[in-house]
Write a protein that binds this ligand. Sequence first.
Ligand code: ZN
Length: 349
Amino acid sequence: MPAKYKDYYEILGVPRTASDADIKKSFRKLARQYHPDVAKEKKQAEEKFKEINEAYEVLSDPAKRKKYDELGANWQSGAEFRAPPGWESHSKRGGFPGRGSRGEEFEFEFGGTGFSDFFEQLFGARGARSGSGGFQPGGFEREFAQERGRDIEGDIMVTLEEGVRGSVRSVSVRHGAPCPNCGGTGQKANHLCNTCGGTGQLARTDTYQVKIPAGVAEGQRLRVAGRGEAGSGGAAAGDLYLRVRLAKHPDFDVQDHNLVYEAPLAPWEAVLGASIAVPTLTTPVNIKIPPGTQTGQKLRVRGKGLPHRDGPAGDLIVVTRVEVPQHVTDPQRKLWEELARQSHFKPRE
Ligand SMILES: [Zn+2]
């Protein structure tokens, strides 16, 4: 099933020559605008937020951006796209399109995971097989073999807020399922089944409610039992695994279970000290900026990072950055001039 080409540069509103800094800046602006927790049209914003995140995941990663750029600039957004030959070898598992256990080709398509089919084809784990359940009884004809369905794997994008609160997501998977007319045998009354043409399997889209537990971590695999590839000859189905990929956040960087937030300070706040409000993934907290704070100082707010399944939550690390006003009025300039005359501060000594 071909995917639709995604123009990640267009999505982030940057030229193909954009610098890493420009890409980050544009991502943060758009991600703030469309963050599902703040946008008014929540459902629409969520789709957009995930699209922006997908684009940023690719363009902010030099290796992924390079691979993406290798596709060339002539693709139109929305054009029918198939991964060029050789792409599979770049993904760790690869292995799609898959073969149903009866030899029928099935490509797995995921809906509701937050990643497009295009992303999954190029960078994702979609349709990867774990290779378990490969029980091949010798001496039997393949048509009569009982074989557990293989496990399938896809990626799921989880926002940091979801990671804190936990959530339930609706995920749909299009995959091969036993033909209801012949029960997966491919035969009906000693003839080839005319519903499935003798393959024993039909493509089917199933939608599952998947629980995202609070405290999920990047790369964690969520197991949805029995929702993988159908078994043959009445054997059990494989499992569906969803690999968690934490969405990038406009305000926070993630380091292990800690969140890093850069807090801009006015010069007088840095000199005199201040109490400022900083965002967290739930409600903002007030923190004390000590007098004489420099750019790059780190202030730790315990327990306001990401939850941890096997231990205490991570911390919020506030990194200060002193900013100066770019424009001053005449009276303000006089005050700064007066300060310059009075001060004994010599930053270069
Ligand atoms: Zn059939």
